[in-house]
Ligand binder design. Sequence first.
Ligand code: ZN
Length: 143
Amino acid sequence: MLNGQLGDCVLDHIAIAVKDLEASVKVYEALGLKFDAKREIVEEQKVKTAFAPIDENGHIELLEPTEENSNIGKFIEKKGPGIHHMCFKVEDVTKKTDELKAKGFQFIYSEPQKGAGNCLVNFIHPKSTGGVLIEISQKLGEA
Ligand code: ZN
């Protein structure tokens, strides 16, 4: 149980696809958010990321594609920059993937993948969630 009050699934981050990471960091800093100074490149996803906490669990994650021909690059080309997905933290992403698959949910990856911040992640297809791309994430330890 990650948080007795909230159940076993809590908001971890809202991810926003951006064209220019540092320009977007300035937008959210103007609102008062404080970004981690570290920028992380996730090779598997071909993105550069910046994180800012919004409460004790949740973050804003900005995603800038490092290649046009990547998921985020294609998303921006098709839909423009904007909210890309939300992510819920779970205790065991493999177990949760299997549970949800058994209930008929479709996933983007058959097996969880490495994500930013030393996490193991998978994505539930928007077809299964009413149009929202939902990531589930398991922390593997401090990065
Ligand atoms: Zn994410």
